[in-house]
Design a protein around this ligand. Sequence first.
Ligand SMILES: O=C(O)CCC(=O)C(=O)O
Ligand SMILES: [Fe+2]
Length: 435
Amino acid sequence: MLRFTSVRRGTLVKLGRGIENITEAASNSLLESLQHHGYCYVQHPFIQRSVLDQLQRDCRIFFEQYILHLQDAQASGNLRRNNKHNYHCTPLSEYELEGIRSPSGFRGYYRYVGASGLDDAIDCFSIGREDEDPAALRRDYYQKAGWEESEYLPMISRRNPWDVLLNHVNVMGDGAGPTSVHMSGGTTGHVLNNNFMSDFRDMMVAYYELCSIVSLDVMRHISCGLGIRPSIPQGGYDPCMDYDYDFFTPFHSRKDFDLQAKYYPRLGAATRVRQGVAVQNAQSPQNPDGVRVLRRKGAKTTPLAPEAAPGADAAAPAVRLDTHKDLSTITLLSQDAVGGLEVWDEEKQQFTTVPVLEDALLVNAGVFLEKWTGGLIGATPHRVRNVRDGSSRCSIVFFALPNHDAKIEPLLQQDDNPATDAEDGFLAGDLMPTP
Ligand SMILES: O=C(O)CCC(=O)C(=O)O
Ligand SMILES: [Fe+2]
């Protein structure tokens, strides 16, 4: 007898572009899905499948070839599949890597050491809005909050590190990558492309712009679904007025958002292959005493098993990114085909797998939306679990963040939502990581 199992997944909602294309039907499904499933899939005319495919492919090339120097059999298999443009890639030098490293995790490269320890840290590359003077986006907040300029200015002035990346020179024929490719018909030709970094920058910057537009459209649908109306000076709202679709827009007017590409290396594969020999002298759950370990290039080692918590199921797969709520109003995620994301299901009191839809973005609410709605739309706790055999995974995450100096006050009238009683307004920057 056949048994059917139903996968309970968030709703797929098709959004229109701009205020004139908002429908109550789309707004309501989006809101219901956020409330009941903790997330929702959206399709938007500006997000084409081909864009998401290119993002996934190029972010992989960036991490695998330029950052991690993955050269083993599995990586080259991936690379041949991914590197359709025949980009020639010479890994970044230590010096260049240092030049793009971001101590605060914003505008640059950093390694996130999470649940699976230093050996299996997640590689992240973050960009903010392209701006001649990025400090202008946050200066008002830090001044109001009484910071000394010397404490915050260097950090908030940090620009996306394209200068280092665009100055990187791919050295042809250095043995670090292929110098020739097999053309169809069996001939061999030198058609390698040296423009990866400028294509990568253009793609990331364009995607940032697209996500800025899409996220504001998502917020407009949320405003409509919540039935937000313009308030009147005496307090309360005017029931004769139409919905205020643009309630959230001014709070995000600076477009001071964060786009992050994340690469989860194959378990046990990240640091040991870099430059042939990886020298580690750091503490990690696998290496609690911080013993110095030398590993030979290409040496086959058993993937490091995560430390099981006492009483945990030994067969349970490793968690790569610990359970957290996003520091955003909403987050737009492009997960790669291998999956791995899980959200907390409040009803069942357990994590559930989030199926991958490759032609849609996944939307989840962050803590700012939770605060605005007094918990009516909760920020979804989620995590990333190791996939299949521990293979590598890529994701591209866009955090739509309020302006640092946006004052966030619970939206709903206290009578409607007693949960807001205890909430006072606060400035968004108060919740953001300090520089
Ligand atoms: O990698 C993912 O799929 C999710 C990443 C995530 O949750 C985050 O960066 O906040
Ligand atoms: Fe997250």
